[in-house]
Design a protein around this ligand. Structure first.
Ligand SMILES: Cc1cc2nc3c(=O)[nH]c(=O)nc-3n(C[C@H](O)[C@H](O)[C@H](O)COP(=O)(O)O)c2cc1C
Length: 251
């Protein structure tokens, strides 16, 4: 593989005119699930639903003017409701419907072709009422599922993110894991473009929603794909880290 030119080769190979073959959707292959199923036997924690969350109104212009990346936080825990708000803002499901030949979720973020390929994983260090550990957001049920709460993984997530020291101090780290086939089913290899376009929207919603609850965010693109995937129990290919972000309370 010509690694120096793989990006250019990808962009050329995924031009519409260079990929005339039918996608799996066009060949009537079954649609993959809208979300990976919850793991049997692991604890599920319901979250306060967005419509009853008590979040103050927010001036969008002010939020845009003040947005910046934050890498140092107050030593204060997030509340479960604050976490619920951030999860809803980034991946919250408003409804499930059917359009353009497939079932789809409608969320607080847009997604290419409504595929919504992400599973949100969380490394939580300081959320009131939750033991530190690794969790997954079950977006359709608006709930958390424990993945591994046997210990605090904040040092592991810092190391997986190329040893960026500040990440160890985050109250929560969000990792958006992309389920490649969910998008590929419709778009073949062009799906990967949409995955990263989608990730940008998700990240920006996190920045804006965090500012409304006195939190600060830093987007994270520097991570070791294999180490991070292993930490979260993913294979790193079919389910791979697309983007991440560290969150904490503002000083
Ligand atoms: C896709 C993406 C990946 C990023 N990855 C990192 C990262 O790994 N570490 C880091 O400290 N900042 C990271 N950042 C934050 C940028 O450095 C930051 O947005 C940029 O310096 C502009 O600063 P501002 O966000 O305060 O305007 C990332 C931002 C984006 C959008």
């Amino acid at each position: 593989m010509d690694r120096d030119n793989v990006g250019r080769a990808f962009m050329v190979a995924t031009r519409y005119e260079n990929m005339p073959e039918a996608s799996d959707q066009e060949q009537n292959l079954p649609q993959p699930p809208l979300e990976r199923p919850a793991e049997p036997g692991k604890k599920i924690i319901p979250l306060t639903r967005a419509d009853v969350l008590n979040v103050p109104p927010m001036d969008l212009r002010k939020a845009l003017e003040e947005r910046l990346s934050i890498r140092a936080w107050a030593d204060v825990s997030l509340t479960m409701d604050e976490l619920s708000w951030l999860l809803w803002a980034t991946q919250g499901v408003r409804k499930i419907g059917f359009a353009v030949g497939s079932q789809r979720t409608y969320r607080t973020v847009p997604s290419a072709g409504g595929r919504h390929p992400f599973e949100t994983y969380l490394v939580l260090r300081a959320v009131r009422g939750l033991p530190p550990g690794i969790y997954r957001f079950l977006a359709i049920d608006h709930a958390l599922q424990e993945v591994d709460v046997s210990r605090d993984f904040s040092k592991d997530i810092m190391e997986a993110c190329k040893k960026q020291i500040f990440i160890e101090q985050a109250a929560a780290t969000f990792i958006w894991m992309a389920d490649a086939y969910r998008a590929e089913w419709r778009y073949r290899a062009r799906a990967w473009r949409g995955i990263f376009q989608d990730a940008g929207h998700v990240g920006q919603n996190l920045y804006l929603a965090a500012s409304n609850i006195h939190c600060g965010v830093c987007g994270i693109g520097a991570f070791d794909d294999i180490v991070l995937s292993r930490l979260l129990g993913a294979d790193g290919v079919e389910l791979f880290p697309a983007y991440a972000a560290a969150v904490g309370k503002l000083k």
